[in-house]
Ligand binder design. Structure first.
Ligand code: CP
Length: 310
């Protein structure tokens, strides 16, 4: 199987075998990601990082992944200091930037922007998040984290809790976890349920019918993995409504008392107020480890897309 030159626009672009190749390659990358071994696998290669929206983990873990493999990084955060601020189109920007580098990771607020970029680029485009649509490399690192911490994905109950309407991470993960044979529980405030298109698709493709609820207590009891995301306030027209939901839809030590003893708590981060800070110290809280796993997984992705690992 060869992923050289492949775009990563949506988790739907990948089958289970291809994702397993990425996860298995990431396992081998871990000593390099931790700085225990050095590597020059990506020497001479340059990654373009085009971030039109804020990011800490996605941008920095791609940067570190490239640097740990001996490659280099160039790019920008925010369009204000680029010629897009003067009216240059996204497609012209991509056509130019691809001449400066070997592959591009891009985050953009508009759904479909990564696909558009891939249609004009001859180098691989990696979607680092396009609006509320997809965040496929986050899903790959989430699946890696679950497999590491639980030893498997199949037959686990993975509960997705929070703003399932706007959370691109949740859409991607619902698809990815279903592909691997997990059961899904979907817990959201009323009005922020998962898109019916996603529900229909995972039923048709993987025969997964999620248990859906607006009641945190009813949902969390089922979970082997409790995956939380923040209320995406920036995507609300009514910011006050978002703030109300932020205050009420939260995970606290009391909520966790109802969970299975070995539940694992994940979050793509950044978290705002949806997890009580006391939870950070509990043994179930694994979201900072999860953020680290983004490095070996993105090393694997970079190496496979550039054809320097097979
Ligand atoms: N998980 C994630 O995408 O984090 P950033 O927004 O900081 O990149």
């Amino acid at each position: 199987m060869n992923l050289k030159g492949k775009n990563i626009i949506s988790i739907r672009d990948f089958d289970k075998k291809q994702i397993e190749l990425i996860l298995d390659t990431a396992e081998k990358m871990e000593p390099i990601a931790k700085g225990e071994k050095t590597s020059k696998l990506m020497e001479g290669k340059i990654l373009g990082t085009l971030f039109f929206e804020p990011s800490t983990r996605t941008r920095l873990s791609f940067t570190v992944a490239m640097q740990r493999l001996g490659g280099q990084v160039m790019g920008f955060v925010g369009k204000d200091m680029t010629s897009i601020a003067k009216g240059e189109s996204l497609t012209d920007t991509i056509k130019v930037v691809e001449k400066y580098c070997d592959l591009i990771v891009m985050r953009h607020p508009i759904e479909g922007s990564a696909k558009l970029a891939s249609e004009v680029a001859s180098k691989p485009i990696i979607n680092g998040g396009d609006g509320a649509n997809q965040h496929p490399t986050q899903t790959m690192l989430d699946l890696y984290t679950i497999r590491k911490l639980k030893g498997k994905i199949k037959d686990l109950n993975i509960a997705l809790l929070g703003d399932l309407k706007h959370g691109r991470v949740m859409r991607s993960l619902a698809y990815g976890a279903s592909m691997f044979g997990a059961d899904l529980t979907l817990i959201s405030p009323p009005g922020l349920e998962m898109s019916r298109d996603v529900i229909r698709e995972i039923k048709e493709r993987f025969n997964v019918t999620p248990f859906e609820t607006n009641d945190i207590d009813a949902g969390v009891r089922r979970a082997d993995v409790l995956y939380i995301c923040r209320i995406q306030k920036e995507r609300f027209e009514d910011k006050l409504q978002a703030e109300e939901m932020q205050k009420t839809f939260r995970i606290t030590p009391e909520v966790l008392e109802q969970c299975k003893d070995d539940v694992v708590l994940l979050h793509p981060l950044p978290k705002v107020m949806e997890i009580d800070t006391k939870v950070d110290e509990m043994k179930c809280a694994k979201y900072f480890d999860q953020a680290f796993y983004g490095v070996p997984v993105r090393m694997a992705i970079l190496g496979l897309l550039c054809g320097v690992v097979k």
